[in-house]
Design a binder for this molecule. Structure first.
Ligand SMILES: *Cc1c(COP(=O)(O)O)cnc(C)c1O
Length: 395
């Protein structure tokens, strides 16, 4: 009976198209920055995670080039075999220093850091409680771990407490997972309350600082610092790929934790060490973070200015945010896609985010320290015009 075992792929793609969920890549030319060239058109960039504008910074580039000249392009093996360089340890020390933790460990990406850490910490006899809006890497790490997974209502401490009271005693270890800045909404987790619950119910707490590192807190250490929770017993994950302008992920915590992960985290043990260029660029970024607090201050000035202007637009359904991620809601995927296209035609790059990434369609704007007042005002002017002409925010 002849049958094409791959035929289902075309059928699946057709379903994705019908739901307006289809996605494809868009080419950016040249270096990243507050403006970029997108498919030949110069646009103001509100789509990147390069919050501090460091991904195209000459100093990061020079550090990466110098590292390539000294160490070559590839690290040639896993950290435990031929891949470890002094540069990795230097970067890990710098991360531990800004986080005020005993130690840190770098992974090839933030995604791999979450997969590796979660699977090392819990297994079949354990329980994971996970915020329903957590990043894909936390959700998939939870599934991969084999632990029982319960999602709690977004940022809802009462719902979490009920789950803990009912379920905690049935399991050996318990791990609470949360983004610290929610990546597709921009709001913050209730960290102090989560720490209290973790303490009360004997749970580990893992916070993902991907969008907070370099952005929040007095020294840019992240949400943990912002909430005054530095030094508390928690596990911090993050990325080198957003505000730090490089590529890679990390975990920061106690020396015992890091020691354990070097022996038990498969996505660290069985993968090639971070490249010399990426490692050196991230290290250069951390130095800039410490030497130039003005950059972060400018990011927040830009964010507050834009937020104030957006709040004055009638009909614009702005989602609650306490970060440089500002989203406004649209009634459906088609409207979100059209709004994204209108913005692009008007020289603004701000993507439509749709299900299944998020439950409701929206335009996601991320502010950079290197945006000029004129960039922000142009975005608002275009949205204002859209309010009349193509119905932004008629939810
Ligand atoms: C981006 C992101 C990650 C993944 O980090 P990468 O270094 O890009 O793999 C993990 N968690 C959250 C919350 C993120 O936003």
């Amino acid at each position: 009976m002849p049958h094409d075992p791959y035929a289902w792929i075309e059928t699946s793609l057709a379903t994705i198209h019908r739901a307006n969920w289809y996605r494809s890549v868009q080419t950016i030319e040249g270096r990243p920055g507050a403006t970029v060239v997108l498919a030949g058109q110069e646009v103001i960039n509100f789509a990147s995670n390069d919050y501090l504008g460091l991904a195209g910074d000459e100093r990061l580039m020079a550090a990466a080039i110098a590292a390539i000249e000294e160490f070559g392009t590839g690290s040639t093996g896993s950290r435990l075999l031929s891949g470890h360089r002094e540069l990795h340890k230097e970067l890990e020390k710098a991360i531990a220093f800004i986080k005020q933790t005993e130690d840190a460990l770098v992974f090839s990406s933030g995604y791999l850091a979450n997969l590796g850490v979660i699977t090392a910490l819990v297994g079949k006899r354990d329980l994971i409680l996970s915020d329903q809006y957590n990043h894909s890497s936390l959700k998939n790490g939870a599934i991969l771990s084999g632990a029982a997974v319960i999602e709690y209502l977004h940022c809802n401490v009462t719902a979490l407490k009920i789950q803990l009271s009912q379920q905690r005693q049935n399991y050996r270890r318990c791990l609470i997972l949360t983004d610290s800045v929610f990546s597709m909404d921009g709001d913050l987790c209730p960290m102090p309350a989560l720490l209290d619950l973790a303490d009360e119910f004997d749970c580990m707490l893992l916070v993902d600082e991907a969008h907070a590192t370099g952005v929040l807190g007095k020294t840019g250490a992240g949400c943990v610092e912002h909430f005054g929770c530095t030094g508390k017993p928690l596990i911090q994950i993050g990325t080198l790929s957003k505000a730090l302008g490089s590529l890679g992920g990390y975990v920061a915590g106690s020396s015992a934790l890091i020691d354990f992960l070097q022996n038990r985290a498969p996505s660290w043990i069985y993968t090639t060490a971070l490249s010399p260029a990426d490692t050196a660029a991230a290290l250069a970024a951390i130095k800039i973070l410490q030497q130039e607090p003005r950059r972060r201050a400018q990011l927040w000035e830009n964010m507050r200015y834009l937020k104030t202007l957006l709040e004055q637009l009638p009909n614009l359904k702005l989602l609650p945010s306490e970060s440089p991620i500002l989203c406004f809601q649209l009634p459906n995927t088609i409207d979100a896609l059209q709004t994204g296209k209108h913005l692009k035609d008007a020289g603004i790059f701000a993507p439509a985010i749709r299900p299944p990434t998020v439950p409701t369609s929206r335009i996601r704007i991320s502010v950079m320290a290197t945006h000029k007042v004129a960039h922000i005002e142009k975005l608002v002017a275009v949205l204002k015009q859209g309010n009349g002409e193509w119905g932004v925010g008629e939810v």
